[in-house]
Design a protein around this ligand. Structure first.
Ligand code: PLP
Length: 461
């Protein structure tokens, strides 16, 4: 154990929380880490490896947060850590361009670019440091490209914490039950039209009400910040057709889904020629037509656990960015060498076997969670999109934010704490997806499964 870990362990979690609250608002540096909706003190962690995290009291948990998505290979994968250490030994940050940034951009283009029968989604990539920056830049770029101002977003979708995107947002905004954030000036909020998800009629109505004014529609490729709510079949395609009909761009936000739900992201699933989906009473297969959004944003997995995100799109739009075009965007630490090394190593390791494992673990847990809740008579639906899933405490699947909010959310707190007590760390909100990793081996899965009956009993109470 390192000196830092030994020092950290010389405290209790409560003491660590007390101390943090004196100097950090709420004791956390991101509200989703607080246990506001489930109650109690957030666990203070000191290390993470594979499928496990360890807190300041030396307790180990099977982790289903995975750093909120990035850790598809599990925590501290030795080859990723080695890549970061090698990069660090050559210098932490140069403020100049490095060949590795080109390699990462090439890798993204190779996964999502031209050469497919549908053409390329991504010709060029700009690296930034956070998902918030990626979506913020994509929106500015769409506005610069179209010369229009208004933006459509969907209720319950989260795209980071920039001013215009916090209205009826998911993630921590949903967890804290905020309709919007204070501190966003009204004229800025008025530039965003918030519509119900999965409702193409509402989108058409908005375009008709604001002719020539809407620059872009931003949409999570599959919503996963109000719990998981997949787009209805054809929704993303219909949205793209409508936006293009009215001269607006589509920004597909794959910050959470990108490189996690498939080698490409949710777009890869959504545009596969055929898709088979579970349906009450059986399965159905339907053919799909493809669609091409104009810009796509990435984060989380692309940085392998380090601060890195990106936006990409077709050349014509991307070359509106400075220094080629008139839309300004910059960053002292953009394309940071350590982050790029972690991202490159992670994407290179993320092969078919990794995605197979993510799906296997996810599907096993979905089945076991459902069995445990059913055994206690708890009304629930497993909401899924690719290998992302969450539990909705309602009998009927939800397709939008209003339906998600109508669930028996009070059941999640006791469920969460019963899991935690048995050594399983879930995301501390019913409005978040559960994140599996390829490092969740059979032993880790078994520990989760063993904890479920008691948690289901707590949820039923
Ligand atoms: N977009 C989506 C879909 C996200 O899930 C998130 C974060 O959870 C963001 C954007 C913002 O990313 P970041 O937290 O890196 O700023």
């Amino acid at each position: 154990m390192s000196k830092e870990q030994t020092r950290a362990l010389a405290t209790t979690n409560e003491a660590a929380y007390e101390r943090a609250r004196r100097v950090i608002p709420g004791g956390v540096n991101s509200p989703v880490r607080a246990y506001r909706s489930v109650g109690g003190a957030p666990r203070f962690l000191v290390s993470a490896r594979g499928a496990y995290v360890t807190d300041v009291e030396g307790r180990e948990y099977v982790d289903l947060v995975a750093s909120w998505g990035p850790a598809i290979l599990g925590h501290a994968h030795p080859e990723v850590v080695q890549a970061v250490q090698d990069a660090a030994s050559r210098g932490l940050s140069f403020g100049a361009t490095t060949p590795a940034e080109t390699e990462l951009a090439e890798l993204v283009v190779a996964r999502l670019g031209g050469g497919t029968e549908v053409g390329g989604l991504v010709d060029e990539v700009r690296l930034v440091s956070t998902g918030t920056e990626a979506t913020m830049t994509a929106i500015r770029l769409a506005r610069g490209f179209t010369g229009r101002s208004l933006l459509i977003k969907f209720a319950g979708h989260y795209h980071g914490h920039s001013d215009g995107l916090l209205a009826e947002a998911g993630s921590g905004v949903a967890t804290l039950a905020l309709p919007a954030s204070a501190g966003v000036p009204e004229p800025i909020a008025a530039q965003t039209l918030v519509l119900p998800y999965n409702d193409l009629d509402a989108v058409r109505t908005a375009f008709e009400a604001h002719p020539g004014e809407i620059a872009a529609v931003i949409v999570e490729a599959a919503a996963a910040n109000m719990g998981v709510v997949a787009p209805l079949p054809g929704f993303n395609r219909g949205l793209t057709e409508l936006a293009h009909e009215f001269g607006a761009l589509v920004i597909l936000d794959e910050v959470l889904t990108g490189f996690r739900v498939s080698a490409k992201g949710y777009w890869g699933i959504d545009t596969a020629p055929f898709r088979t989906e579970a349906k009450p009473g059986g399965w159905r297969t339907f053919s799909q037509e493809t669609y091409l959004p104009d810009l796509v944003t990435f984060g989380k997995v692309i940085g392998g656990g380090m601060p890195l995100a990106a936006l990409g799109g077709r050349r014509e739009v991307m070359e509106y960015l400075a220094p080629v075009g008139p839309v300004y965007q910059a960053g002292t630490l953009s394309g940071n060498p350590l982050s790029v090394a972690a991202g490159l190593a992670t994407l290179r390791l993320a092969d078919e076997a990794v995605y197979d494992r993510l799906y296997h673990v996810s599907e096993t847990l979905q089945r076991e969670v459902s069995t445990a809740l059913a055994a206690e008579g708890v009304a629930h639906t497993i909401q899924r999109a690719g290998n992302l899933f969450s539990v909705l405490f309602a009998e009927t699947p939800a397709v939008n934010y209003a339906q998600v909010q109508a669930q028996e959310a009070f059941r999640f707190g006791p469920f969460f704490h019963a899991m935690l007590e048995q050594g399983v760390a879930l995301p501390p909100s019913v409005f978040e997806a559960w994140f599996v990793t390829a490092a969740h081996d059979e032993a880790a899965v078994e520990r989760i499964v063993d904890a479920l009956p008691a948690a289901a009993k707590a949820a039923a109470a």
